[in-house]
Design a protein around this ligand. Sequence first.
Ligand SMILES: Nc1ncnc2c1ncn2[C@@H]1O[C@H](COP(=O)(O)OP(=O)(O)OP(=O)(O)O)[C@@H](O)[C@H]1O
Length: 520
Amino acid sequence: MNVQRPLRTLVGLPHLLAGYVHQPYVYEHARYLLAGTLFEAARRLLSWVVERFRFRYSLSAHFAEGNPSYEWIVHLLTHEKVWQQSRDFEVTARSSQRKWGVRLSPDVEGNAEYVPTYGRPQLFRWKGYWVEVRRGIFTRDLSVLSDLVEESRRLYTETSEKSIIVYTSNNHWGPMRIWSDVKRKTQRPLASLVLEPGVLDMLLVDAREFFATADWYRESGIPHHRGYLLHGPPGTGKTSTIYALAGELGLEIYTLSLASRSTDDGVLQRAHSILLIEDIDCAFPVLRDSDDHTETEDIDSALASAYHPARPARDAPRSAVTLSGLLNVVDGVGSEEGKLFFATTNHIDRLDPALLRPGRIDVKVEYRLASKYQARLLFERFFPRSRFPEASGHADALGSPTTAAANGATVDLAACFADAIPDHRLSTAELQGYLLSRKMNPVDAVKDVHEWVQRECAEKEKKACSEEKKRHARAARERARKCPLRNKIRWHKYKYVQRQEQRIENGCERSANAMEIVHE
Ligand SMILES: Nc1ncnc2c1ncn2[C@@H]1O[C@H](COP(=O)(O)OP(=O)(O)OP(=O)(O)O)[C@@H](O)[C@H]1O
């Protein structure tokens, strides 16, 4: 092995290096290297000092989207015109969705909403302090942060005074966005509701008393929440009552749909003000009837499940909310103090008795289909004398004999209208729909009402008849469930009856007979 060559290289290395060192460009490179190192060290030192300064002399607070405080702070930013520094906007069509949009051009009203995203850090001055959105407030004083939040909340409440804010749970986006759907609704005056006398006053007095006696609740060791259940047929004003109460009491509404699969027990624990659960019977599919299926579907489903037991039943739960989760919200550890809980249902009989016990549901109010009294009030609301002074001149010509005879006096249009409405047969929403179609002509509204009532009642009869058939179908299904040994002959019998029924027009009675054959 030849070792002489590497040795020679080693011996010559110092000479070689000395030769390079004396080259001018090597000095040049070394200088740049040194300057770069010093620059980087200075940069790191500065950022360290700035971070220390920030850490010591600034506060940072996180406002999570989906939480009401996020709404307050964004409103403050809009109010302080911080958006003017913004370079990123989200543009959407104008809607009732609550967004803190701004007008980019003072002359153009437009139908679009420009919402600053505040994606980049923005600096603004607030009450003598520098506030940097996305970073913090430059002060050591913690009270400034609470002042800022309080001020934002006050401004927000002031702005919202004439409207009701409705938060809807929407957890498609993860837990931080639970109440991200915020809507602003015009406040509904209490006077616009037509309810039986005393109902509204009772609810209002009860809710006011509840808030006024918070100390008493605490001292007595009674949880400070109150539950109301408004139950009755659709379109009788249950939801409208809650919205009008919220406006009157200045409360926000947090509404949950139990029918939504995205609602689960975790969502329920995050409510304040009024927690509203509409159609609460949706939470308990076990007790639910399947009214929403047609009769044919019911029979098919009954037989299908009888013949194919592996097929999932129609009563499979639609909601992820369990009864225990719901009870926990209403009065358990998950419930929040100082909260009104409102629930509505069209089927009180389907509710679990555990939910209805006092302490969970303290006040139950039954809403019925419209009475003559309500019909009259509604008519007067639609056609106030101040707007239609000439209308009362027609009243005598149209006057109902019963009212005229009873009063022995001049009848008015509202009385004629009320007289034509049968007690508790039509919903207030239906009456409202009818009056809306004649909203400029009270005389026509009275003239046509008899015919309309007859038509509506006939339709209801028909519907009731079909409900009856459904009940038979449900009974058939129950029997099919209880007796799994149904054979094909029985299946064909059902199919035969179905075909017969299709052929029969207006065949309520005959259909019922046919069903009887099936159910023998
Ligand atoms: N008692 C009422 N007074 C005034 N308006 C009413 C009344 N009942 C119904 N309406 C009108 O009918 C419509 C539906 O009312 P609302 O949603 O309050 O009924 P609901 O009982 O909650 O119905 P559902 O059970 O289907 O939810 C609304 O436009 C409302 O203005």
